[in-house]
Design a protein around this ligand. Structure first.
Ligand code: HEC
Length: 271
C-alpha cells in the first residue's frame, strides 16, 4: 500500500465517523435550526431571493430589453409552474440536455442579449455581490413546490446524461481518492456536525434533491444545486466544477432520477 493511499485511509477514518459523540453533535445542529425556526417562525429569508427573481423574470432587461416570458423551461414559453420538477431534460432548440441553471443562461443570452461571461461572473452571490442566477433559480424552483420530481430518461441524450452522472458519482479521483459515493454512498455517515445523506437511495436522494436551493443560515446566502455540487467538488479536492457543464448536468440528472416521485419543498432553510 502506497503512502498516499495509507494517509487517505487514515484521514478518511478520522473524517468520517459515526459515534455517539457525533450523534450528539448532529442533534445540536438540528437544535440550532429548530431555534432558528422558533425565532423566525415559518419565515424563510429565501423569500427575498424569490422576490428578486420574480422581478428579474418579469421585467424587460438586457441589451435587447425583453422579459424572460418567452423562455421555455420545457413546458412551453413562459410556463414556470412545475417546470423545474421535470428538469434536467432534452431541449430541441439547443440539442442538449439542460438543467434549470444552464437553461436560464441560454435564455438570458439569446433572448435578452446578456454576455455569458457577465452572467457567470456572479453565478454565486456573496454578501453585497448578489447573483441574478441564484435569485431566478429560487423563484423558478419555488414554482414547482408541491410538484413531484419527474425527470424522464426517454431521450437517448437524457439516458446518456444520467449515465455520465452515475459514472461521476462513483468515480474516485483527487488527492484523497474520494468519490461522491465515499461520502454519500452509505446511510448513517457524518462529517463533524453534518449528516451525509445516502444519495443513491430513494429516501436520501429525495430529501436532498427536493430541498435545494436552500437559504444557508451559516452563510446568510441562498445556495443553488449547482453551488452544492461545486462545493462538494471542492470538498473532494477536484478542479472547480464548470457551471452548466455536462458533468454538472449529469450529476443533477442522476440525483433527480434517484429522487423521482419526491415532492418539491425548496427553497429550504439549512444550517
Ligand atoms: C469529503 C466528503 C464529500 C464528498 C466526496 C462529496 N460530498 Fe456532498 N456533501 C458533503 C457534506 C459534508 C455535505 C453536507 C454539508 C452541510 O450540511 O452543510 C454534503 C452535501 C451534499 C448534498 C446536499 C444534501 C442535502 O441533504 O442537503 C448533495 C446533493 C451532495 N452533497 C452531492 C455530492 C456529489 C454529487 C458529490 C460528488 C461530486 C459529493 N457530494 C461529494 C460531503 C461530501
Amino acid at each position: 500500500m502506497s503512502m498516499i493511499r495509507c494517509t487517505t485511509l487514515v484521514s478518511l477514518a478520522v473524517l468520517i465517523v459515526s459515534s455517539p459523540a457525533t450523534l450528539r453533535a448532529e442533534t445540536s445542529t438540528v437544535d440550532a435550526i429548530a431555534e432558528y425556526h422558533a425565532m423566525f417562525g415559518d419565515e424563510n429569508p429565501a423569500e427575498l431571493w424569490q422576490l428578486r427573481g420574480k422581478n428579474l423574470w418579469e421585467q424587460p432587461r438586457g441589451p435587447k430589453n425583453v422579459a424572460l416570458s418567452k423562455c421555455d423551461l420545457g413546458l412551453g414559453a413562459g410556463v414556470i409552474d412545475g417546470a423545474y420538477a421535470q428538469l434536467p431534460r432534452w431541449f430541441d432548440d439547443t440539442q442538449r440536455v439542460q438543467d434549470l441553471e444552464s437553461r436560464l443562461v441560454f435564455c438570458m443570452v439569446t433572448l435578452q442579449g446578456f454576455a455569458e461571461e457577465r452572467l457567470l461572473k456572479t453565478r454565486f452571490g456573496d454578501g453585497p455581490k448578489k447573483s441574478e442566477l441564484e435569485a431566478l433559480t429560487a423563484y423558478l424552483v419555488a414554482a414547482s413546490r408541491g410538484h413531484k420530481v419527474a425527470v424522464s430518461l426517454t431521450h437517448p441524450a437524457e439516458q446518456a446524461a444520467y449515465d455520465l452522472g452515475r459514472g461521476a458519482f462513483f468515480y474516485r479521483a483527487g488527492p484523497h481518492d474520494f468519490a461522491c459515493a465515499t461520502c454519500h454512498g452509505e446511510a448513517g455517515k457524518r462529517i463533524r456536525l453534518q449528516v451525509l445523506p445516502k444519495l443513491t437511495e430513494v429516501e436520501g436522494a429525495r430529501s436532498a434533491y427536493t430541498s435545494w436551493p436552500a437559504y444557508r443560515v451559516s452563510q446568510g446566502e441562498l445556495r443553488t444545486m449547482e453551488w452544492r455540487l461545486a462545493d462538494c467538488f471542492r470538498q473532494q479536492r477536484l478542479p472547480q466544477l464548470k457551471y452548466g457543464s455536462e458533468i454538472a448536468i449529469g450529476l443533477t440528472m442522476f440525483l433527480a432520477k434517484n429522487a423521482n416521485g419526491g415532492v418539491m419543498t425548496a427553497p429550504a432553510i439549512k444550517r
